[in-house]
Design a protein around this ligand. Structure first.
Ligand SMILES: NC(=O)c1ccc[n+]([C@@H]2O[C@H](COP(=O)([O-])OP(=O)(O)OC[C@H]3O[C@@H](n4cnc5c(N)ncnc54)[C@H](OP(=O)(O)O)[C@@H]3O)[C@@H](O)[C@H]2O)c1
Length: 320
């Protein structure tokens, strides 16, 4: 799974490795004609991704539930890049109503949309149901992004067609997709408190991120549209993500310290997949450390990806 590259910083076939920052992998790229949406841009990897995309000239729309935090990120970016174009729209990804509201507000702005980065995430939280009655990690990390992508897909396709510039969707997954529930996605007991395990539920949601982008890529290819979909593992980075498992994170960091990255390094794979010209036409793939990686067998299971898509579609439609 490329741990050797993470530990050694050795560069892979792309010419980049785990040690490269988001600025390095996007050096010389002009994104000034592009509009990008990034969820969870108010903290951690998302905030750095937003900064580097703005640095390359993109118009960045930050989707965040905490407007104050998002505004601080915006002000910080503007203080170092006065020409940055940043807008903020509120989104609570665990609420399907809020996701619909975000899409409505964005579409009303009548902007093009070139890149969608599904980055927001929550990890290892205690069992909780969303306002729609869905387990919180699945609702936030997968289902909210599934709906958001569907609501913005037409805009991505139209923009790609009008401009001739390839549209890109990037799902921020994790190496944690390796540890889902035994059956991968626990379709039958998704919202069952007794069956809940916080780590397996996170693994399940991150597996869902990869399956989602794979099935999406398949559908986009079938439709013959100029939009790609890929997923990434950003690496191990100290951010607010560990807030629900502080002790576990301290132990994990102590045991795996050679693998950990800085936030600028952590944002690099997302920025690479979102912007790099060498990935033109590449779709349905998984990346880590700025290189193509092979996810688990379950994450490559096309039938599971199709089942998850249909399950998610039904769930979202039942809550409309
Ligand atoms: N850090 C790592 O080592 C690591 C490793 C593998 C994968 N990842 C993935 O990388 C992504 C970014 O994580 P990070 O490390 O940058 O963590 P982070 O600093 O906690 O950032 C997560 C972002 O997601 C937002 N968010 C969480 N729940 C949300 C909700 N219900 N609605 C709207 N926004 C929500 C957070 O907003 P608030 O600040 O309001 O909570 C925050 O802006 C996640 O998808 C994570 O799974 C991270």
């Amino acid at each position: 799974m490329g741990y050797w590259r993470e530990a050694t910083g050795i560069k892979g076939p792309s010419g980049f490795g785990s040690g490269n920052t988001a600025e390095q992998v996007t050096e010389g790229i002009d994104a000034s004609g592009l509009t990008v949406i990034i969820t969870g841009g108010s903290s951690g990897i998302g905030a750095e991704t937003a900064r580097v995309l703005a640095l390359r000239g993109a118009h960045v729309i930050i989707g965040a539930r905490n407007l104050e935090a998002a505004n601080t990120v915006k002000q910080n970016i503007l203080s170092s890049i006065p020409s940055a174009r940043i807008d903020i729209i509120q989104i609570e990804l665990s609420s399907l109503k809020s996701v619909r509201g975000f899409a409505e507000k964005f579409l009303a702005m009548d902007l093009p949309l070139n890149i969608l980065i599904n980055n927001a995430g929550v990890m290892y939280c205690p069992f909780q149901l969303s306002e729609d009655g869905i387990e919180m990690q699945f609702a936030t990390n997968h289902l909210g992004h599934f709906l958001l992508t569907n609501l913005l897909l037409e805009k991505l396709k139209i923009t790609a067609e009008k401009t001739g510039i390839e549209g890109r969707i990037v799902n921020v997954s994790s190496v944690a997709h390796v540890y889902p529930y035994k059956e991968g996605i626990m379709f039958d007991k998704l919202n069952d408190k007794k069956a809940y395990n916080d780590m397996s539920a996170y693994g399940q949601s991150k597996l869902a991120n990869i399956l989602h982008s794979n099935e999406l890529a398949r559908r986009l290819k079938e439709q013959g549209v100029n939009v790609t979909a890929n997923s990434v593992h950003p690496g191990l980075i100290k951010t607010n993500l560990g807030r629900h498992a502080a002790c576990f994170m301290i132990i994990l960091r102590a045991l795996t310290f050679v693998l950990w990255k800085s936030i600028p390094q952590g944002a690099s794979t997302t920025c690479y997949v979102a912007l790099h010209p060498s990935l033109k036409g590449v779709s349905g793939k998984y990346f880590a450390d700025n290189n193509l990686e092979k996810p688990t067998k379950m994450a490559r299971d096309d039938a599971l990806a199709k089942k998850l898509w249909e399950f998610s579609e039904e769930l979202v439609n039942s809550k409309s």
